[in-house]
Design a protein around this ligand. Structure first.
Ligand SMILES: [Ca+2]
Length: 262
């Protein structure tokens, strides 16, 4: 069961520390091979932030705001974790030092990392099952978060996830509240959320068919069910293709519509 072992959740210990000033210059941005992958990874990262705030709400703790700069830092850390899975960066610095005090003045920072799971919910469960990681997620001292996800099929654990929590000494610009769904379909088959059903939706549908639709959020999964039978399978792929090519007049296209040629 080598393959299973490879995917076994692996978490290393939480590195929690009050920040020292760090002067890391950010010169590298993670680049993914396909635009679609980028959308998906950002959505995954926002989903993590949403789950963090849901857990904090349940515990009666104030929610965190997401900072794009912290997302970038977390993306870099996830990419570095594919190289060396550790709270120490490949250059020997501590991971938390990636957050530059000159960009965001802060008095505390923590880093959670995980690898091996391919979905935000499974990764979040990994952290939930580890008390030091969970303590960082529920720590009322933090007020901002960044999340980064990196996927590399040629690496040891394939998927790498990083959370960076900070206690900022003041308001941070461009921070946003993570919503449950980044993409909200406007109609059946609209997986991109732009209100149209076209080749871009089909590209996602094809990718997700291979991925067993795990990369779609709940609203997208509902929208992808263009046969409206409550399941996602190759029929939905075929119907969406037929609709885009003009073979079908509408989606959803139910089995009854197909039989009656409506
Ligand atoms: Ca669309």
């Amino acid at each position: 069961m080598k393959a299973a072992a490879k995917h076994t959740c692996r978490i290393i210990s939480l590195f929690l520390s009050f920040a020292a000033v760090c002067c890391c210059m950010l010169t590298v941005r993670p680049v993914n091979s396909a635009g679609e992958q980028n959308i998906s990874l950002r959505e995954y990262a926002d989903r993590i932030a949403y789950l963090v705030n849901s857990a904090r709400a349940e515990a009666g703790v104030e929610p965190l705001l997401v900072v794009p700069y912290l997302n970038e830092c977390a993306e870099i850390r996830s990419q570095e974790c594919a190289e060396v899975f550790s709270h120490t960066r490949p250059n020997g610095d501590r991971g938390i030092y990636i957050v530059d005090d000159e960009v965001i003045l802060h008095s505390a920072v923590a880093e959670n990392i995980a690898c091996g799971n391919s979905t935000p919910d499974a990764t979040f469960a990994q952290w939930k099952n580890s008390s030091p990681h969970w303590a960082a997620i529920l720590n009322p001292d933090y007020n901002y978060i960044g999340v980064g996800v990196y996927y590399n099929p040629d690496s040891e654990y394939n998927w790498y996830w990083t959370q960076l929590f900070i206690k900022a000494d003041g308001a941070v610009e461009n921070a946003y509240s993570p919503s449950e769904y980044t993409i909200v379909p406007k109609c059946s088959g609209d997986l991109t959320g732009d209100g149209r059903v076209d080749c871009f939706d089909y590209i996602i549908m094809k990718r997700e068919f291979v991925n067993r639709f795990r990369g779609l959020n709940a609203l997208q999964q509902e929208s992808a069910d263009v046969m409206a039978d409550g399941t996602l399978n190759i029929s939905d792929l075929v119907i969406m293709r037929g609709y885009i090519l003009g073979k079908f007049k509408h989606v959803p296209m139910t089995l009854s519509d197909l039989i009656n040629n409506r």
